[in-house]
Design a binder for this molecule. Structure first.
Ligand code: PGA
Length: 248
């Protein structure tokens, strides 16, 4: 399976940063065995797409409905209209700060699919849940309820992002990552059959140029969702290089 390396710029970036997006897109061209994308703020999608052409630009969330009286929200169709080809849904920062639940996330993933976008559905446990031995249960429950029945097919990826590893510099241990990705793979295969084996499972949480090679080499780690280390080409490129080296 080709590795998929996705940057998540979160609420970072204005027109001043279009040059950096261009630098990332240009660096990505050298890694022909790796799929890559950058999920930028909605305000930058259109300009990023116009400026860089063929590189995949995504959003970071979408509304579950196509239109209506939802002040401040952006629909999947609007993301697509701006030139996005994918979107993240269910990031833990949205699950927590915007109180999004699995049912919302499932509906958002379906909305993304209906609008012709690829979707990255995020799941992950809190530190408290991990320390009390509930990580597997929590994540598999989120996974079951956040994925629509139409999830089979190559329009969807899952991102396992332990909440305590996001933006903290703490990375989940290789055994824990492998155990979780293996459990997610089994659940996908059980629910979607052979097509469940083709759904890419990304790891997210403080992935960077130093740890990417080790994380991406683990069983069932089919790529990465990268926050902080995606903000500059200098930090993002070593992750692409690590993925490329593993694809040889
Ligand atoms: P991080 O963020 O790489 O800064 O930990 C990852 C994410 O939130 O997707």
């Amino acid at each position: 399976m080709r590795k998929f390396i996705v940057g998540n710029w979160k609420m970072n970036g204005t027109s001043r940063d279009l040059k950096e997006i261009e630098a990332i897109a240009s660096a990505a061209q050298d890694y022909v065995s790796v799929d890559s994308a950058l999920c930028v703020p909605a305000t930058l999608i259109d300009r990023a797409v116009r400026q860089i052409g063929s590189f995949s630009i995504g959003g970071q969330d979408c509304h579950m409905l196509t239109e209506g009286a939802f002040t401040g929200c952006v629909s999947a169709e609007m993301l697509g209209d701006a030139g996005a080809v994918l979107t993240i849904v269910g990031h833990s920062e949205r699950r927590t700060a915007q109180h999004e639940c699995d049912i919302d996330i499932c509906a958002k993933a379906e909305a993304a699919h209906a609008a012709g976008l690829h979707a990255i559905v995020c799941v992950g446990e809190t530190l408290n849940e991990r320390e009390s031995g509930k990580a597997l249960d929590v994540v598999l429950k989120q996974l079951g309820a956040s994925l629509p029945d139409t999830a089979a097919g190559n329009w969807l990826c899952v991102a396992y992002e332990p909440v305590w590893a996001i933006g903290t510099g703490r990375v989940a241990g290789p055994d824990d990552v492998e155990e979780m990705h293996g459990a997610i793979r089994s659940a996908l295969a059980q629910r979607f059959g052979e097509e469940g084996n083709a759904i890419r499972i990304l790891y997210g949480g403080s992935m960077n140029g130093e740890n990417a090679a080790q994380l991406l080499a683990l069983d069932n780690v089919d790529g990465g969702l990268i926050g902080g280390a995606s903000l500059s080409a200098a930090k993002f490129e070593p992750i692409l290089a690590a993925a490329e080296a593993l694809s040889k």
